[in-house]
Design a protein around this ligand. Structure first.
Ligand SMILES: Nc1ncnc2c1ncn2[C@@H]1O[C@H](COP(=O)(O)OP(=O)(O)OP(=O)(O)O)[C@@H](O)[C@H]1O
Length: 325
């Protein structure tokens, strides 16, 4: 039996099941409203749910939040405003029975590890967003939980701050012996920090795999976009191909070994040295992304509304079965 077995229903919002082993770092991704936050909050006991959350065989679902023994880093319940950083971090170990001096010493050690030891005396109101997030992570890890839940821990941080914190967080989570569940909007978080990725869509788990599996064979359009691929359906298969493998032309492309779609140019942006063009295909066809050279974009007159053909070689396409739901 797995160390963690979750099977939860939040009526109308989530009906999801997954299992995890100690040491797993699971990224939960999916579009807005997919139920990611609701699922982790239900695991924490902050959203009413039915089902079970078996941690080492014990069902937590009937216990109040504070008796679940979890570490949480949630946007809307970060730090106690009236306690300084050190006391915020010492709070959990104290509540679990550690003597005051030992709890404060543990807090200092965690603040040191998160690089914020010099801020120990500050209250949350005197910390920047990134500093507060480091203290919140220290607070969650200081309780040495078996299960750590993080909901968008990098959101709202500057890119530079988020990058530094992501690298450190990856190291802390890898070292932490428990199970981490990390909700994120960011493909980089999912692919670099986690060893498993759960894709949620409309409240259900639609894909569960390693970062490689999910990024090479995305099961949903949302994940395909996150990892920068086009995905189209063909019968029961999915076909994935990168924007750089898409050719745009004004006339219908020749040759049988090409997949082709007729459509019109949508948004046009720059992407690295290329011009990134969204092509809205006709009817219920897919929305495709093509990266073309600036010269080609000029020659074809790629402005929004222009009718174009998008095509790709069969050999550029990775075909795989649609994951079973
Ligand atoms: N407090 C609430 N009461 C009722 N419905 C809610 C509540 N919070 C969220 N929902 C609904 O539940 C569904 C899942 O929302 P949730 O916030 O869990 O998704 P999410 O995947 O975390 O989204 P996001 O990426 O936008 O944060 C949505 O349809 C949302 O409107």
């Amino acid at each position: 039996m797995s160390d963690l077995q979750v099977s939860l229903e939040v009526p109308g919002r989530v009906h999801a099941a997954f299992a995890a082993e100690r040491g797993d770092v699971i990224a939960v991704i999916g579009p807005n409203g997919a139920g990611k936050s609701s699922m982790v909050k239900a695991i924490a006991g902050l959203v009413p749910a039915t089902g079970s959350v078996l941690l080492d065989g014990t069902d937590l679902v009937t216990r109040p939040t504070r008796e679940r023994g979890l570490g949480v880093v949630f946007q809307d319940q970060l730090l106690f405003p009236h306690l300084d950083a050190r006391r915020n971090v010492a709070f959990g170990p104290r509540a679990r029975g550690l003597a005051k001096a030992a709890a404060l010493a543990r807090a200092d050690a965690w603040l040191e590890r998160l690089g914020v030891a010099d801020l120990a005396e500050r209250r949350p109101g005197q910390l920047s967003g990134g500093q507060a997030q480091r203290v919140a992570i220290a607070r969650a890890l200081a309780t040495e939980p078996d299960l750590l839940l993080l909901d968008e821990p990098m959101s709202g941080l500057d890119v530079g701050v988020a990058t530094a914190l992501r690298i450190e967080l990856a190291a802390h989570l890898a070292e932490f012996g428990g199970i981490s569940v990390l909700v994120t909007h960011d493909a980089i978080d999912a692919l670099t920090v986690a060893n498993r990725v759960l894709v949620l869509d409309r409240g259900a788990v639609v894909q569960d795999g390693t970062p490689d599996e999910v990024s090479q064979r995305p099961a949903t359009d949302h994940v395909a976009r996150l990892v920068g691929l086009n995905v189209v359906h063909r019968e029961r298969s999915l076909l994935a191909f990168p924007p750089s493998a898409v050719t745009l032309s004004l006339g219908e492309p020749e040759g049988s070994a090409r997949l082709r779609w007729h459509g019109e140019v949508g948004r046009v942006t720059t992407h690295g040295g290329a011009v990134r063009v969204v092509v809205r295909t006709a009817g219920t066809g897919p929305e495709l992304i093509a990266d073309v050279t600036p010269a080609a974009a000029t020659e074809l007159g790629l402005v929004p509304g222009r009718a174009v053909w998008a095509s790709t070689k069969e050999t550029s396409v990775r075909a795989y079965d649609e994951p079973r739901r």
